[in-house]
Design a protein around this ligand. Structure first.
Ligand code: G1P
Length: 294
């Protein structure tokens, strides 16, 4: 069997209304809310670049033009930065949007994550691809690299998993393990027999939740397009994954990577504080201030 090609494309579903961050998201897409001076979306872009991605497909909504604007060239700003002697920042702005090919697909109605992924089909083509949910910021690119390594070696889709506390299971897709832990190409994985979207906490089949990183094979598109919307009127990616898993168990990589859910106010504050503590210029001052306040 020929090995599937390296994963070069990442789909980023970014059409949601961001209701958990209202009223700010009335005017600013949640993906552009800043974590210090960088928008959350830039963290996702950097994570993708770190895993070798060279094409981003951002699935957005026409009511969020600021997302496209963020990646557009800004020659006037760059020029005035150079005049002020801030060449490094000008260079950074020039890099954003130029160091990777970006395509925009549109999802103009909230019809679920599965529908958002299906909207990217024409841009993805017939190769495996990542899906990166921009609410979740990961410490680095390691998890994506593991998912890609596994999918490339096995030809089967892989999803990132994390053990979650019992009272949080109803917020996630939860998997039913289909066997013991195994290793392929140096990556440990769990076969997955089934996925259930947001079960009641006491009905979840395990404590293993899908966190927002997936390496998918392109046959998922036909499955998504054949799916009827579920009870909520949405097309769920988890339903398509379950259908795939019936053919051959999917693979799950159990992750311990540092992760923040910036789609809600508490997670966002945690991400800002973590980025602040790591910051070469502000880190020390922030640490002292936090000690004082606490
Ligand atoms: C989505 C998926 C869910 C997954 C979660 C991870 O849910 O549908 O399976 O566990 O992302 O964050 P959402 O958070 O978009 O409701």
């Amino acid at each position: 069997m020929a090995l599937p090609p390296r994963i070069r494309t990442a789909v980023i579903p970014a059409a949601g209304q961001g209701t958990r961050m209202l009223p700010a998201t009335k005017a600013v897409p949640k993906e552009l809310l800043p974590i210090l001076e960088r928008p959350a979306l830039q963290f996702i872009v950097d994570e993708a670049l770190g895993a070798g991605v060279d094409h981003l497909v951002i699935v957005t909504s026409r009511s969020k033009p600021a997302i496209e604007q963020y990646f557009a060239a800004s020659p006037e700003v760059e020029e005035s930065l150079v005049k002020q002697g801030r060449g490094a920042l000008a260079e950074q702005l020039r890099r954003y949007g130029n160091d990777v090919r970006i395509s925009f697909a549109y999802q103009d109605a909230p019809r679920g994550l599965g529908h958002a992924v299906a909207c990217a089909r024409d841009f993805v083509g017939s190769e495996p691809f990542f899906v990166m949910l921009p609410d979740e910021l990961m410490q680095d690119s390691r998890l994506l690299i593991d998912l890609a390594t596994l999918t490339q070696k096995t030809g089967i889709g892989a999803v990132a998993l994390k053990h979650m506390p019992k009272d949080e299971l109803s917020r996630y897709g939860i998997v039913t393990p289909g066997g013991e832990l195994q290793t392929s190409a140096g990556v440990e994985f769990l076969p997955i027999a089934d996925v259930v979207e947001k079960p009641r906490n006491d009905e979840a089949p395990s404590d293993l939740a899908i966190i927002g990183r997936y390496a998918l094979t392109p046959d998922i598109f036909d499955i998504l397009e054949a799916l009827a919307p579920g009870g909520t009127g949405e097309i769920q990616l988890t339903d398509a994954l379950t259908i795939q898993a019936e053919q051959a168990p999917l693979h799950g990589v159990i992750s311990t990577i540092g992760r923040c859910d910036v789609g809600n106010p508490l997670g966002w504050i945690e991400a800002v504080i973590e980025a602040g503590l790591d910051h070469p210029e502000f880190g020390q001052g922030l640490r002292e201030w936090l000690r004082e306040v606490l």
